[in-house]
Design a protein around this ligand. Sequence first.
Ligand code: AGP
Length: 605
Amino acid sequence: MCGIVGYVGRENCTDVLIDALSKLEYRGYDSAGIAVFENGKIRVEKAKGRLQNLDEKMNLEGRPFGNCGIGHTRWATHGEPSHINSHPHSGRRVTLVHNGIIENYMELKAFLEGKGYHFESQTDTETVAKLIDYYYQDDPLEALNKALPQVRGAYALAILFEGFPDRLYAVRKESPLIVGLGCGGENFVASDIPAILKYTNRYYLLEQDEVALVTAGQVVVTDLAGNPIEKQEQVADWDIDAAEKGGFAHFMLKEIHEQPKAFRNTISPRIRDGAIQFENGLDDVLRAAKRLHVVACGTAMHAGIVGKYLIESLARVPVDVDLASEFRYRNPILEKEDLAVIISQSGETADTLAALRLAKSQGIRTLAIVNVVGSSIAREADYVLYTWAGPEIAVASTKAYTVQLAVMYLLAFQLGRLRGQLDEAAYANYLTELMQTPEKIEKLLSQSGAIANLAVDYREAQNMFFIGRGLDYALSQEGSLKLKEISYIYSEAYAAGELKHGTISLIVEGIPVVALATQRDLLEKMISNVREVRARGAKVLLFCFEGTQVSADLANHVIYLPQGSDLFAPLLSIVPLQLFAYHIAEQRGCDVDKPRNLAKSVTVE
Ligand code: AGP
């Protein structure tokens, strides 16, 4: 999604803005632009495509020079990716960059055309720039106060006003925005922490309709009417290395390898004296909940599906899993004693945030499982369990998924114990095995080279199937998403027992089928399903535990998981599945960290 940066200080802001924007490239974008105060006038530079295009264009034409400016990476929503549609957008004396969507932009455009404004782009953003400009006499805050109440939708804005070359303004509603507090003589604005981490880890989180007036020497936050607001300084504990590749070819590969650490960081602080200790009195809520509604998008929703299997089987508490984009519009039945469990890496996904708000508006309690500290979902939920994966830069989620699973296991064990479904011995055994998981993941990571070799045999595929039963089916949905989003091979996850009800007609000679067969009580049935696809010519990559008897003709390749109980298989199988997707995509020459059309944080519907 779009990224915003702003800088005011002693440095030449063009360099700072480009550098900061480069840290937001992972979010996904298709054009970039900056606006800089140069000799008191606002100079705008834009280019379609990668940030590098903008940088090279400015090198040819002469780089803007100034100490105050704003920058943007755009992920097209209204209007194609093009020079004209790129941000910044301007009125006569106002220039801004915008994240979010303006819902009533057609109405505003008609109003402004009536006032003599001429529009160049197809964007919704240009209407806000011109609307603020329309109200701008000599007082920026007054202009914002008159314009923004007329705007419906979501916005994070960084704004330059002609006449004030040493300041920038930032304001937000729904879309996130932070103000970075520099170490004397400079300050920043950004939509995301990694953009400013090289310069500072101290920041203010702007709340709805708060306005920040940012100069080199100070940051003043007010409401739209100008009433001062005292802000609490936040400190990001992500270090700068976390946002660098650290010798790996891609962020995705680095993040796959960070999973043992992320897993330990997520579970260790919550297991003390042989028991799970959740923060904030969550046990009482878990004890009381009659039904759980897990709501999320994409990979996070897949973690919820695994969670459903775990919680229903260990705690006998019913769990519904919904895609947030469906949940919010399907008028779900929510009872007073229910608990909504909202899962999100970014904590900013628009549909997931809306689902959380819907659950709250219906009076049910909400628990957020979130990776980004201080994100909107984390702040608005009644209870939060943070996953401690550190920043995830690659668009394809890997370590964030694994730690979401880790929290699902903790929840299932704790619910099982609190509901009297798990006795002390079983509970203790599960916790022991959970704590052994990072070592097993390390063992699987050492197979990366072997999986790269195996990927050669699968990388030319046009279609692929992932099949499994029970927890394997739950996990296969994530394995399939990983492959398709980064390699562009069409793939589908199927419950192995369901294949015969239609989809087996697609199984033809040579089609790859990734068969997960880790659930021992379902093994015979699963093997029969594998035989069915083998009989039709499928090329089978089988996953099973070490020690499973596999006859030579059952599969073309086998990936063995370190010994463990069936229940823990998803935490292990996911690693070779991620590596499989990664190596195939890399060998196909795909842009692994920034797959086409995708954005890291989906802040629009
Ligand atoms: C998958 O690799 C994606 N990154 C995507 O499906 C993601 O999980 C989804 O957009 C939800 O994002 P969130 O966890 O930040 O809410």
